[in-house]
Design a protein around this ligand. Structure first.
Ligand SMILES: Nc1nc2c(ncn2[C@@H]2O[C@H](COP(=O)(O)OP(=O)(O)OP(=O)(O)O)[C@@H](O)[C@H]2O)c(=O)[nH]1
Ligand SMILES: [Mg+2]
Length: 467
């Protein structure tokens, strides 16, 4: 089945950006249209002009007041803009009302994001996800369009219990949209199921680490610095839409699987969040999350909040998180950071003492990061006596290489190694199917009844994911 994405309705046009400041809106005072501008430029659209307006509340059919609409109409003509893009979310009828008044295409931030996703989706999964979100988003707009048609063609008056031609058309369109949605969802469920199994099996056989963060925070750059790379990193929002997984060699014979994925953004259209859930599967189930923020962005504190909230929304709450303060090199070059509203590194250190200060681009902080992930991976080290057959040469070799061996005691075809091991080492040996004993007890039973039951002194009282 061909995917019928609505590719780029705005590409190669120039746009006028509009932002309405409502009393409760949380905008960036230094550069209120900054993020929308970056999104628009990411979509390949030229910004022709910008308009801001303070309002107590939006006004009915055109969102803006009459005078502002006229001013905007004038700008559109003067600047020969092909599209008006609102930072605020507009209702289908407001979008339509504005389009009529301005005689120009009008879209809002959610639709722009959908557009960017539609243009960048390369995997079948991403394409399906975007089209589902688009259909869900466009369906209510179809309604507004047909209702309007009902009125202008002189159909029966619209009202409770009456049905104009528009109303009948809505029924037909709705059915078509619903059928297509059902088909796409069916296909996506299949792909998502496969993906879930893939993630689950990876998680069983490897220690998995997920990279998450706001869009453009440097995830793919870090991914490329830590693995053999291959992720597309670029100074644009939503450069990455799919998931990439590669081995990350942590040194000393230890490795984990690192995944890079789509970035988050504030007010992501909720259809998109829902349909992108399976792309985030790797992150949701990772053993550890690396949470990246771009400290050179003055909106970094708000972005961190968005990332934390999104992680809660998608259910990635059980694993430990390591906070990475990325692009620290830029703080040295941004002059007068306080004046620009950017937080200093000292502020960050005070606020988030556990975070790692780093630069993915220059490679600073990578050793510290490696060490922290290694610590998480090994878990608390405990001194245990492991007894196994001398025939288990590979496992003996594994223990000799990966753990500190304190004592070796050879007996009748068996060896007892007293080692400092973490839960992870034991899991790996169990996953290989090796038969062995820990402190004289069958390994699986030991793990269940002793290892997990006895919480080391230092971890008591901490929530499970922090142990
Ligand atoms: N100065 C500086 N630039 C960086 C650093 N890390 C990444 N960048 C730049 O930031 C931009 C975005 O980097 P990406 O790695 O694509 O960011 P991302 O988080 O993967 O972004 P999306 O996939 O779009 O969500 C690129 O131009 C990188 O070169 C850093 O430590 N310092
Ligand atoms: Mg990326």
């Amino acid at each position: 089945m061909e995917t019928d994405l609505h590719r780029s309705s705005v590409l190669s046009e120039s746009a006028v950006l509009v932002q309405v400041h409502l009393p409760d809106s949380d905008f960036d005072h230094h550069d209120p249209l900054g993020e929308l501008r970056a999104l628009v430029e990411s979509a390949g659209v030229k910004v022709a002009g910008e308009l801001e307006q303070n309002m107590k509340q939006p006004r009915g059919a055109t969102y803006l007041g009459k005078g502002k609409v006229e001013e905007l109409g004038f700008m559109v003509k003067q600047l020969k803009a092909g599209v008006v893009i609102f930072d605020n979310d507009l209702s289908p009828s407001q979008l339509k009302g504005l389009e009529e008044a301005l005689d120009c295409k009008v879209i809002d931030r959610s639709e722009l994001i959908l557009d960017i996703f539609a243009n960048r989706a390369t995997t079948r999964q991403a394409q399906l996800q975007v089209e589902i979100a688009q259909l869900q988003y466009t369906a209510p707009r179809l309604r507004a369009m047909w209702q309007h048609l009902g009125q202008v063609t002189g159909g029966a008056p619209m009202g409770v219990g009456t049905r104009g031609p528009g109303e009948q058309q809505i029924e037909i369109d709705r059915r078509i949209v619903k059928e297509r949605l059902d088909r796409l969802r069916g296909e996506l469920v299949e792909i998502a199921g496969r993906k879930e199994r893939e993630v689950a099996s990876r998680r069983e056989s490897h220690f998995t680490v997920g990279l998450v963060g706001y869009t453009n925070s440097g995830k793919s750059t870090l991914f490329n610095a830590l693995t053999r790379g291959g992720a597309f990193a670029n100074d644009q929002l939503f450069a990455t839409l799919g998931t990439r997984v590669e081995e990350w060699n942590l040194g000393g014979g230890n490795a984990c699987m690192l995944s890079d994925t789509v970035g988050f953004i504030r007010d992501l259209p909720h259809h998109l969040v829902a349909s992108f859930r399976s792309t985030l599967e790797d992150a949701i189930h990772a053993h550890v999350l690396l949470l990246l923020i771009d400290v050179s962005d003055r909106r970094a504190p708000q972005q961190l909040e968005v990332v934390e909230k999104t992680l809660t929304d998608i259910g990635a709450t059980d694993q430990p998180r390591i906070l990475l303060l990325n692009k620290c090199d830029r703080l040295a070059t941004i002059r007068g950071i306080a004046a620009k509203g950017v937080r200093s590194l000292d502020d960050w250190r005070e606020l988030k003492p556990e975070a790692i200060v780093m630069s993915a681009q220059e490679g600073t902080g990578l050793d510290q990061l490696r060490q922290r992930v290694m610590d998480s991976m090994r878990g608390e080290l405990r001194t245990v006596a492991i007894t196994l057959s001398l025939k288990e040469a590979r496992t003996i070799d594994f223990l000799e290489k990966r753990c500190r061996v304190i004592n070796r005691d050879y007996g009748d075809g068996v060896v007892t190694l007293t080692v400092e091991a973490g839960r992870r080492h034991i899991d790996l040996m169990l996953a290989r199917g090796t038969q062995f004993q820990i402190d004289g007890i069958a390994a699986a039973a030991y793990v269940k009844n002793r290892w997990d039951a006895i919480v080391p002194e230092a971890s008591r009282g901490k929530p499970l994911h922090e142990r």
